[in-house]
Structures are given as structure tokens and as C-alpha cells.
Design a protein around this ligand. Structure first.
Ligand code: KG4
Ligand code: ZN
Length: 365
């Protein structure tokens, strides 16, 4: 029953966790940096790296204490080494290497996107092999950096069916929250605001649901983001050509009544989630047309915490007889338990890393 310590520092959460046997979470500590980035309405990479440096070892100690586990009892050290902010990743990877080397334990480098697809197993407490994850399955990662749809034919056999051609859905949520002055972090704040709004209220524009080319399973959210901007602020007066004066708008979120703000948030949420839902339906249809209808749908990433998306995929699952695997809210957003959990698969396959494990800004999948 291997005991793995996982570290995660890819963006603005400093996280450590101890997981037994791939899916039993003994501790899961996340130190968020939201308070440091709030005034900039987005993550500032340099501030994030410095904060990881300060917080990582106390977070590791907390994870060991919560798990009532000493360093000597660990079987391996895992770390998210891609994708992410390079300066942030370096902090976690350097710490993991130091721990692995000094303890003489195996080191495992985990792709953060793959780990998001493992998160639902932490919630069920069932290993992928023991859960009703039958293949082919659809995997969907919806986060601040990714909107990617996969076909899974086995745990390690993953084919990209589609991905965003511009903004990730989480990024669009974060920008929409800035446009509506909804609060920080943007995704959860907009989700909460949308729940008191009506997307079909009189005078609320219908925001675009991007489908791209017929048959495409890619996503696009930049048009939706801009449509919301114009709905809130009106059409811009262009800046001058030399770029010395930026575009100006007539209105801002401060001109909206609270109800109108909530209605626009609901209209954004409706369009964003509908785009995902329609692509899932398309994928289900395409696989069925190939004679291999998907048996399961597995979600991960911060946006899989979204209330509307969770509702819609659950309904979709029932309609198409798909087993839907949704992580609990604490396993949706970035955490180290998913890193330690997925690392168990790597350990079993003997895919350990050397001390020259690199950090990489992009995902392998
Ligand atoms: O997976 P994650 O924690 O970090 C990345 O890998 O990017 O995802 C963070 C993203 C952010 O854009 C955040 O606003 C979004 O997930 N998010 C949500 C919700 N909770 C987090 N978006 C919509 N609704 C939510 N409830
Ligand atoms: Zn993530």
C-alpha cells in the first residue's frame, strides 16, 4: 500500500498531500495565495513563485502531521512538473528532488492535466480499476489553463478529441468576473452571482455559444468574453492608431443594477456551460457513430466545481447512460492529492523520474 507525498505549485496554490494506494487521501493541505493576487485581478507569476518558496515547507510539514506520517514512512515523492508557470513549478520540483534525494526514495514527475483526470477517484476512494470506469470513456479537463476533451481507452491511453483554440473556460470566467466586478477569484464569484440571475430576463442579450466547424470538438470562449464586455460597457470608442490611447467605453459594471448584473452573469454561465454540453453531446454522438459509444464521463479541473456544469453533466449522463465521475469540490481545484494519486499509477508502471526532471510550461496531453 504505497504512501506517496505529492507537491503541487503550478500556479497560485501551494499544496502538499499524502495519499495511500492511489486513492485514499490521508491529508490534503492547500495554501491559497488569493489574497496576494486579488488587487491585480489575476495571478502575478513573480509574486506566486516567492510565495511558494515561503509556504512550501510549512505546508509539507502540515500534510505529514495531518496524515500522522513521518518522512521515513513515505514510499515516493511526487511533484507536478508540467504544465504551469515555470517559476512556480521550479519551487515544487526543487523541493521534491531534495526530499527524494535526501530520503533515497523514488521521484515521480506528474502532468497536472492528467492528475485532474484522476481527481474523481480520490473522491470515490475507488481506484480506477475498481470503479465503474469502463472504456471508451470521455475525459474533460476544464480549468484556468485548459479546456480539453479526451477519449480514454485505458487509464494511460488517452487521445485528444478537442481543446480550446483561444481562452480556457476558467480564464473566460475570470475575465467575465472582472467585467462584471463580481469579485475574486472570478470563477466561483461569477458562479454564485449567476445563481441569483435569470439568463432569459427581458432585455438581457443572448450571448454566443461557439460551436466552430461542423463536427469540431474544439472550444472557443474569446467571443463570449468579448460579447459580455460589450453587453456591460457598450461598444468601445477606438483608441488612436499609435496605440497611445486605449479604447474607451461608455459604461461600466457600476452602471448596472444588482439584478441586471446577476442576469448578465447567468447569461454568461448559460452560454459557457451550453458550449461545453453541446461538445460533449457531439463527442458522444461521434463515438456512437463509430460503433463505440462512451461508457463513462470523467471530469476534472477548477471549473468542474461549477454548479451549472455539474447539474448539466449529471443530466447528460442519465440521458445517455454514462457513468459520470465528478470530483468533490476540494478535488476540482488545484490540489496535491491528485498529484500523489496519479503518481501511484506511474510508480506501478515503473515510470520514475531522475534528478534532472525538468519543469515544462505545457502539458504532454
Ligand atoms: O484547476 P484550477 O484550480 O487551476 C488550473 O489548473 O488552472 O482551475 C482554476 C480555474 C479558475 O479559472 C477559476 O476561476 C475556475 O477554475 N473555477 C470556477 C469555479 N471554481 C473555480 N469556474 C467556474 N465556476 C466555479 N465554481
Ligand atoms: Zn489545475
Amino acid at each position: 500500500m504505497p504512501l506517496i507525498l505529492g507537491l503541487e505549485t503550478s500556479c497560485d496554490e501551494t499544496a502538499a498531500a499524502v495519499v495511500r494506494d492511489g486513492c485514499e487521501v490521508l491529508s490534503n493541505v492547500v495554501a491559497s495565495q488569493h489574497e496576494l493576487h486579488e488587487r491585480y485581478a489575476g495571478v502575478v507569476p513573480e509574486i506566486a513563485s516567492r510565495a511558494h518558496l515561503e509556504r512550501l515547507m510549512p505546508v509539507v510539514q502540515q500534510a505529514l502531521d495531518d496524515a500522522a506520517c513521518g518522512l521515513a514512512q513515505l514510499d515516493a515523492i511526487a511533484v507536478g512538473n508540467r504544465p504551469g508557470l515555470v517559476g512556480s513549478l521550479i519551487v515544487g520540483v526543487a523541493a521534491a528532488k531534495a526530499l527524494a534525494w535526501s530520503l533515497d526514495k523514488p521521484l515521480l514527475g506528474v502532468d497536472h492535466v492528467r492528475a485532474h483526470l484522476h481527481a474523481a477517484h480520490l473522491t470515490s476512494g475507488l481506484k480506477p480499476q475498481a470503479s465503474n470506469l469502463t472504456y471508451p470513456a470521455l475525459g474533460l479537463v476544464v480549468s484556468g489553463g485548459h479546456t480539453s476533451l479526451y477519449r480514454l481507452d485505458a487509464l494511460a491511453d488517452l487521445t485528444v478529441l478537442g481543446r480550446t483554440i483561444d481562452d480556457a473556460i476558467g480564464e473566460a470566467y475570470d475575465k467575465a468576473a472582472v467585467t462584471l466586478d463580481a469579485g475574486y477569484p472570478g470563477g466561483p464569484a461569477l458562479d454564485t452571482l449567476a445563481q441569483t440571475g435569470n439568463p432569459h430576463a427581458e432585455g438581457v442579450p443572448t450571448l454566443p455559444v461557439s460551436m466552430l466547424k461542423p463536427g469540431s470538438l474544439d472550444f472557443s470562449f474569446s467571443g463570449l468574453k468579448t460579447a459580455l464586455l460589450y453587453a456591460v460597457r457598450g461598444l468601445p470608442t477606438p483608441g488612436n492608431k499609435a496605440g497611445k490611447k486605449s479604447a474607451t467605453f461608455q459604461y461600466s459594471a457600476a452602471d448596472l443594477t444588482p439584478q441586471r448584473k446577476a442576469d448578465l452573469a447567468a447569461a454568461f454561465q448559460h452560454a459557457a456551460v451550453t458550449a461545453v454540453e453541446r461538445k460533449l453531446k457531439r463527442a458522444i454522438q461521434q463515438l456512437a457513430d463509430q460503433g463505440q459509444p462512451p461508457q463513462a464521463l470523467i471530469l476534472g479541473g477548477g471549473v468542474s466545481a461549477n454548479s451549472e456544469l455539474r447539474r448539466r453533466v449529471s443530466t447528460l449522463g442519465k440521458k445517455h447512460d454514462l457513468a459520470v465521475h465528478l470530483p468533490a469540490l476540494e478535488h476540482c481545484v488545484d490540489n496535491a492529492a491528485m498529484i500523489a494519486g496519479y503518481a501511484h499509477e506511474l510508480l506501478q508502471r515503473g515510470e520514475t523520474a531522475d534528478l534532472d526532471l525538468p519543469v515544462v510550461a505545457t502539458s504532454r496531453v
